[in-house]
Design a protein around this ligand. Structure first.
Ligand code: NAD
Length: 231
């Protein structure tokens, strides 16, 4: 069985990393136009680095939770194998043991040269005038995809979705495209679809199955079912 799993901020919520759109989420504390757009970066690059320096510190302190650990069991050694596509910029899937995770919105632990496009492991604290190790120029920016930018590896994700037998969206509000449209691509190609979320998302009706609850409780049970062949 070919499984594609899309994860969002909700899977990392119980690791202490705030989601974006929930009550008290990051977008109620920060102006997304100022910290997560190319225009905001052009206006005030120091403020954007400060925002992502805080995200990087929080992510480094956080620990993978039972949902990340359960998904890492879908690595083909004791049952089905899943491709994990995440909108998250943290590395909790990798630290739980998942391999080949596709970070379609980039990674907060990486830096990107605004001059030559080189990427490298970010220092714990970064600044716009950090010189690029490749070309020596700047500005340096976090290697994350901002609103108005094109997500990474979409062709590869599209191929995975077209060939999937099962598509699961976990902990995502389904409000950010193109990820919110993955369910349609998977469904159109004959895949079963399931949403696993704290509450049914606005797009829940587009899924065949909806599992409601905290990811640390629902995901391990769902993975057990996949491995035993019961779901
Ligand atoms: P979102 O904030 O829009 O939605 C999160 C969803 O998770 C909501 O539907 C909410 O009901 C659900 N949720 C909350 N707690 C949950 C739990 N314990 N168990 C299961 N579900 C839970 O997040 P999104 O859909 O991922 O939005 C996309 C954007 O958010 C991406 O661009 C991503 O980069 C960014 N983001 C990433 C992180 C991270 O890397 N950890 C954190 C915040 C936002």
């Amino acid at each position: 069985m070919r499984i594609v799993i899309l994860t969002g901020a909700g899977i990392s919520a119980e690791s202490g990393l705030g989601t974006f759109r929930d009550k008290g989420g990051l977008w109620s504390q920060y102006d997304l136009a100022e910290v997560a757009t190319p225009e905001g970066f052009a206006r005030n690059p120091h403020q954007v680095h400060d925002f992502y320096n805080a995200r990087r510190e929080n992510a480094a302190r956080a620990k993978p939770n039972a949902a990340h650990v359960a998904l890492a069991r879908l690595n083909g050694t004791d049952g089905p194998e899943a491709a994990i596509v995440t909108q998250n910029i943290d590395d909790l899937h990798e630290r739980a043991g998942s391999r080949g995770v596709i970070h379609m919105h980039g990674e907060v632990a990486r830096s990107l040269c605004g001059a030559c496009g080189s990427r490298w492991d970010a220092a714990p604290e970064t600044h716009p005038d950090d010189p690029c190790p490749e070309c020596g120029n700047c500005p340096t920016r976090p290697d994350v995809v901002w609103f108005g930018e094109y997500p990474y590896r979409l062709d590869e994700i599209e191929r995975l979705l077209r060939n999937a037998d099962l598509f699961a969206a976990i902990g995502t509000s389904g409000e950010v495209y193109p990820a919110a449209g993955f369910v349609e691509t998977a469904h159109a190609n004959g895949s079963r679809t399931v949403e696993i979320n704290l509450e049914p998302s606005q797009g829940a009706s587009r899924f065949q199955d909806v599992i409601v609850g905290r990811a640390t409780e629902t995901v391990p049970v769902w993975v057990d079912g996949l491995i035993s062949g019961e779901s």
